[in-house]
Ligand binder design. Sequence first.
Ligand SMILES: [Zn+2]
Ligand SMILES: [Zn+2]
Length: 446
Amino acid sequence: MRACFLALACLLIAAAAAAQNPALDAKVDQELPSLVSTYKALHAAPELSHHEDKTAAMLAHELRGFGYDVTEHVGKYPKPEWQGHGIVALMKNGAGPTVLVRADMDALPVEEQTGLPYASHVRTKNDAGVDVGVMHACGHDIHVTSLIGTAKLLAAMKDQWHGTLVLIGQPSEETIDGARAMLTDGLYSRIPKPDYALALHDSSELETGKIAYTPGYALASSTSVDVTIRGRGAHGSRPEVSKDPIVLAAEFIMAIQTIVSRENSPFDPAVVTVGSIHGGTKYNIIPDDVHLQLTIRTYKEEVRQHILVSLDRIAKGVALAGGVPEDRAPVVKASETEVTPAMYNDPQLTEREVSALKRGLGADSVVEKPPVMGSEDFGQFGLEGHKIPTFMFMVGAIDTDRIAASQKTGVPLPSLHSSLFWPVPDTTIRTGVKAMTVAVLELMKK
Ligand SMILES: [Zn+2]
Ligand SMILES: [Zn+2]
């Protein structure tokens, strides 16, 4: 019985190996040295959200060189001083499905501490005029490089696929307004509406060479909320003539903890975090108001709506209980720009792509992972109500030695957005290019 089992296992392993694509491997490996040098140049020259002009110009130049029909400066923001740096590259190859592949291009206001030879030393002024270091601390340089590699391979393999391939260089993912800016600028009237949309993101936990996926809800919706608790200022020694907004804000913060714990179903994940609180100037002054910044994370839209209504109700209730006059009622305002829906991996598309990725990369290299409450604006390309099936997968970026050391010492690996995060360039880009090429071919193959 045991021998039989082993024989069967050997057969399965042989079948899996045979199903992988050595021709594709050779093509990726041929491109790898130039992709790695592109990556290092991108890594050393990161640009903040809304300011990705050089990255976009470089991507446009590369894609044009492979024969894509490229449109630059796609994206319209509510702030006129922000330019849209979105790139749309089209390759029409006869009748067939339209597939969109998106890479995000922006970096973060983080001062790099990795000490790598190609580390960023870029400093700039952010939109508030503050001097900041800039770093690709989320690995969007890996995404742009993987898109370039995928674009080159698919242009060279036109005989193997049909339909319309749409490659997107998306700005401002970190501020979750770049995808919306491109759609507001008429993206889907400029190009055929996609039948499918694909994206990848590097992972700061997964071993390089591996892919991870989550069927269904994978990443949460994110909504930024501003709350102003208004009171009546007074001398710190005379609380009796004040309506102290600091005490009211403290009550409000404690009271909203019951939204998730008491009002929400335990089967619907939700987070209410107060990330910032500011009020007052001095020891002995009761201020007029306190300002709080919150982030709300949910998967379901109705849960998000419920939380927003509850925040408003509780803020007003706390003010009422504190005797705050009506004309000083609190103001609760959900941002209309810093908001993005949950990232939903279409279950059917996910299943289809996971089988293709397992065939292309080997079953051991493709693992399922649980969802997280982080957010992404890629889901917006799927439109409201998940009209266009979307699929985003994670690409491992960390070598096994570092993972083993972290497990041994208990010191966690630097996460995405950390000044110490660094992906292994060659194997991560190789896996990114190969996986995305396999994923596109699955949908467009002849
Ligand atoms: Zn990020
Ligand atoms: Zn990211």
